[in-house]
Design a binder for this molecule. Structure first.
Ligand code: AMP
Length: 284
């Protein structure tokens, strides 16, 4: 197993990435840490595509709203270093603190467009502005050949892909499938907040995707009916959104649903907000 080397400053990260690029190709995997098998799948894919994989571990305050879970976000840097190495990342950038990314006087932000409007963009004002800003900085520091993101955060992936194209950032954005627990719950660092009882309720998100897919497979094409089936399966959770949209522009479906139409879910299990999504025509 390769030992992952840890850098704590933007300057050291830039230098380490430069060396890696001189030796071959570089893949970037940005994360907020508390890594799980979903993050590791991104690192593994990066290792297939590039000579060096750099993972970043940074809980970016800019993408959290004032009432969100920034201060209690879980962390375990030693565990993360081990999991990075195990999956094939040889470089880990964990900024010492927010000041390393946003030093005094910082005042420049990236404002995404329409893709960041609905869903999490609407529910979490400023979230994607924070995401885009930090990801653009990580692209600039690393100048990676490619960067890997999970479809777990499908809207984020779409927004970042658009940003990289619009701003000619020169890093290829690659999306990867959602890694799930055996019962279907999407892996998430936030699952660690769930009590045993909440954990058993959380599977309702997966059941809602299943209900939507089953309705579609049975011939239902009305978006309203399909969303209705999903909402019924979320019974007992506080629904933040449950929406069927097209997979490219993320616009609400106006026509009949098709296999690529995507159900987007956000729901609270107790105080924990979980998200999930999937195409109607995907195997459930
Ligand atoms: P996070 O640490 O939650 O910001 O996630 C870092 C990256 O890992 C993002 O690109 C996520 O979409 C991705 N990711 C998180 N959970 C999963 C999962 N269950 N399967 C695949 N990718 C994931």
């Amino acid at each position: 197993m390769i030992q992952a080397s840890l850098v704590r400053t933007a300057r050291d990260f830039r230098r380490a990435c430069q060396e890696a690029r001189q030796a071959g190709t570089l893949a970037l995997v940005p994360t907020m840490g508390f890594l799980h098998a979903g993050h590791q799948s991104l690192i593994r894919e990066g290792a297939k595509r590039a000579k060096t994989v750099a993972a970043t571990v940074f809980v970016n305050p800019m993408q959290f709203g004032p009432a969100e879970d920034l201060s209690r976000y879980p962390s375990d840097l030693d565990g993360d270093l081990r999991k990075c190495a195990e999956a094939g990342a040889s470089l880990v950038f964990a900024p010492e603190g927010p000041g390393e990314m946003y030093p005094a006087g910082y005042q420049t932000y990236i404002e995404p467009g329409a893709l960041a409007g609905p869903l999490d963009g609407e529910r979490r004002p400023g979230h994607f502005r924070g995401v885009c800003t930090v990801v653009a900085k990580l692209f600039a520091l690393s100048r990676a050949d490619c960067a890997l993101f999970g479809e777990k955060d499908y809207q984020q992936l779409a927004v970042i892909r658009r940003m990289a194209a619009d701003l000619d950032l020169g890093t290829e954005v690659i999306g990867r499938p959602i890694v799930r627990e055996p019962d279907g719950l999407a892996l998430s660092s936030r699952n660690s907040y769930l009590s045993a009882e909440e954990r058993s309720k959380a599977v309702a998100l997966w059941n809602a995707l299943g209900a939507a897919r089953a309705a579609f497979a049975a011939g239902e094409r009305s978006g309203q009916q399909i969303v209705g089936a999903a909402r019924a399966a979320l019974d007992g959770l506080r629904i933040d959104y449950c929406d069927l949209r097209d997979p490219v522009e993320l616009l609400p479906l106006e026509q009949r649903a098709d296999p690529t139409s995507r159900l987007f879910l956000a729901a609270f299990v107790g105080k924990t907000r979980l998200i999930d999504n999937g195409a109607l025509g995907e195997a459930g």
